[in-house]
Design a binder for this molecule. Structure first.
Ligand code: T6T
Length: 330
């Protein structure tokens, strides 16, 4: 279950059509032609889930870049991070024949065949954020350095708890390329440090309530846990709640991936000590640029890695910290 606070709202699927193009009254299906003779490209964006500040911020980057290019963007998101919900959305988008689809696949294997269908229909595919077991179907795949981010999270916990101790991972669900890589980056670094005992990763299914329960139960079993790494926005939100409910804010250091408004608040409140903020708007901007290059027959970059910023209370109000925070709306 996910929060539905933000701009992508709806019932079964969230649909938000944005005509970023200025063009000359071109229709919304297929490639129209603008007055200057250059094509008005119609793009589609399928995030991993609706109501997630990470994808909303990415959408802002996509829309801004599309506007510069005179392209249109249609956005449809599943209500859960779930390939069985994302597949029918993708199929309906394919049948609307956009020129290119930017998609964050919700599972490395289950989304492989549905995405291959898009390519077979002549639609250019760009993977944004998450990827596939075989990303060669895409013109380009753009993502954070997720494994490096997991290791950076461990380094942050190490600074916060220099004497070492037990550390726990709260992940999302196996099969998501990004969070799997973060969990592994964190776990490998923790296992390699003899001062720390890695308790493994528990999967919250992107449900903050479940993450909170998992952290509470883990603290009952191991009351001396010193650190928790939560590998995305909703797991971090739940982990912070679990620690607060257990009254262990002063003992357990939490490092979370992502920097949505609720995570920034948790940092201010002191329930979370560090956030690994990705660059979702840049992922979106790059995604549009790569899609347009592919459509123009220009060479694309097969794999693009974007960076991250570590936000703590110390740099939260700096221009760097402010710029790294995600948006709840564009
Ligand atoms: O962490 C991001 C994204 O990178 C990941 O693939 C799924 O979760 C988020 O959307 C945050 O909720």
């Amino acid at each position: 279950m996910n929060r539905r606070t933000a701009l992508v709202v709806g019932t079964a699927v969230a649909v938000l059509a944005t005509t970023a193009a200025c063009s000359s009254g071109s229709s919304s299906s297929g490639s129209g032609s603008s007055g200057g003779g250059s094509k008005t490209y119609n793009l589609a964006f399928i995030p991993g889930v609706a109501g997630d500040a990470f994808y909303i911020t990415m959408q802002c980057g996509i829309q801004a870049e599309a506007q510069k290019e005179g392209a249109t963007v249609k956005v449809q998101a599943p209500q859960k991070f779930d390939p069985t919900l994302q597949t029918p959305i993708l199929q309906s988008v394919i049948s609307s024949k956009p020129d290119a689809i930017l998609i964050a696949p919700t599972d490395v294997s289950a989304m492989q065949a549905p995405i291959a269908q898009a390519k077979q229909q002549g639609i250019k595919v760009v993977l944004v954020d998450t990827t596939l077991s075989d990303p060669s179907v895409a013109e380009s795949a753009i993502a954070s350095d997720n494994s490096g981010g997991g290791k950076a999270a461990f380094d942050a916990i190490k600074q916060l708890a220099p004497n070492g101790g037990k550390v726990l991972g709260i992940g999302v669900q196996p099969g998501i390329s990004t969070t799997d890589a973060r969990d592994k980056g964190f776990g490998d670094a923790a296992k390699a440090d003899s001062k720390f005992q890695y308790l493994g990763v528990q999967y919250s299914q992107n449900d903050p309530a479940k993450a909170a329960q998992q952290v509470s139960a883990a603290l009952q079993k191991d009351p001396d846990i010193v650190g928790v790494f939560a590998s995305n926005l909703f797991s971090a939100e739940g982990a912070a709640t679990g620690i607060r409910q257990a009254g262990k804010q002063n003992q357990v250091k939490v490092v979370g991936f992502d920097a949505g408004p609720d995570q920034i608040k948790a940092l201010q409140d002191g329930t979370v000590q560090a956030l690994i903020a990705q660059q979702p708007a840049t992922i979106g901007t790059d995604g549009v640029q790569q899609a347009i290059k592919a459509l123009k027959g220009q060479p694309t970059t097969k794999s693009i890695k974007t960076g991250f910023t570590i936000i703590t209370k110390d740099n939260l109000t700096s221009s760097e910290g402010q710029a790294a925070a995600y948006k709840a709306s564009c």
